[in-house]
Design a protein around this ligand. Structure first.
Ligand code: F6R
Length: 244
């Protein structure tokens, strides 16, 4: 695991965007695994800027997203489909037919999870998976538990995650209670993983996930077992880790 220390969020976003750019330049028809949430927003902004400057071409890129809320229509402002369009897809030349997310409107959970696993398999697997890290150490919507969830599955969100996400909704009651998420196996099968983490409120999660024991109680800790993980974190997020 490689840890890259960034000064602040802007620096972190630029460094992460650089790593994604390198992937797209080295393999123009790569498969990017994408994340939502506040952590990657600056990274997407930077990628859009470089695309607008003519330095990046997404024409042959395929994307698969980590997760999606169950029960939200694509047009819902808090759906991850909407998020991805608002922050990236609408501003770069990625082929919309090559952008994939779990379908939150398919309420047949078994069918949707199997379909999404097949989508990932059929595009040849993920070359570079971008991840954020939750306060409780979750990755995707793999919440702390007794076992590492394997493939794409339907998750019941923890109170803490609902609490963290309610800022985007009118109230906590409106936050969907379930989500489809790539599982730990799905994530671990990516060839490369890039984690972006920012802020002092994530410092404990960073310490537990990347410097603590590997345990399903801290789902992100499994990343310590992956052969090619890069964590780009700002000074605040690394403030509880002894990097010397
Ligand atoms: C997003 C996702 C989540 C977030 C995590 C951190 O697709 O799967 O695991 O990465 O909750 O969220 P932020 O970046 O908003 O702190």
């Amino acid at each position: 695991m490689k840890i890259i220390k960034a000064k602040d969020y802007k620096d972190l976003s630029r460094k992460a965007a650089n790593l994604i750019s390198a992937q797209v330049i080295m393999k123009p028809d790569c498969v990017l695994g994408l994340a939502t949430g506040s952590s990657p927003v600056g990274t997407y902004e930077q990628l859009v800027e470089w695309y607008e400057n003519g330095d990046l071409d997404f024409g042959d890129v395929t994307s698969v997203n980590l997760d999606e809320y169950v029960g939200l229509a694509k047009e819902h402002e808090q759906s991850y489909y909407y998020f991805m369009h608002k922050h990236l897809f609408d501003y770069v030349n990625i082929n919309p037919e090559r952008t994939f997310l779990p379908d939150g409107t398919n309420l047949n959970k078994e069918e949707e999870c199997a379909r999404y696993e097949e989508v990932i398999r059929s595009v040849g697997g993920v070359d570079l998976q971008l991840l954020g890290l939750g306060h409780n150490g979750h990755i995707g919507f793999n919440e702390p538990g007794d076992v590492f969830e394997k493939g794409t599955h339907c998750v019941t969100l923890s109170e803490r995650t609902i609490e963290a996400n309610k800022r985007f909704f009118a109230s906590a009651d409106e936050v969907p209670k379930q989500a489809y998420s790539m599982g730990i196996r799905t994530i671990m099968m990516a060839k490369k993983i890039l984690v972006v983490v920012s802020g002092e409120d994530k410092a404990e999660a960073v310490k537990n996930a990347f410097f603590g024991p590997v345990t399903p109680q801290v789902p992100g800790s499994i990343l310590q077992m992956h052969p090619d993980v890069t964590v780009v974190a700002d000074e605040a997020a690394l403030s509880k880790c002894d990097l010397a």
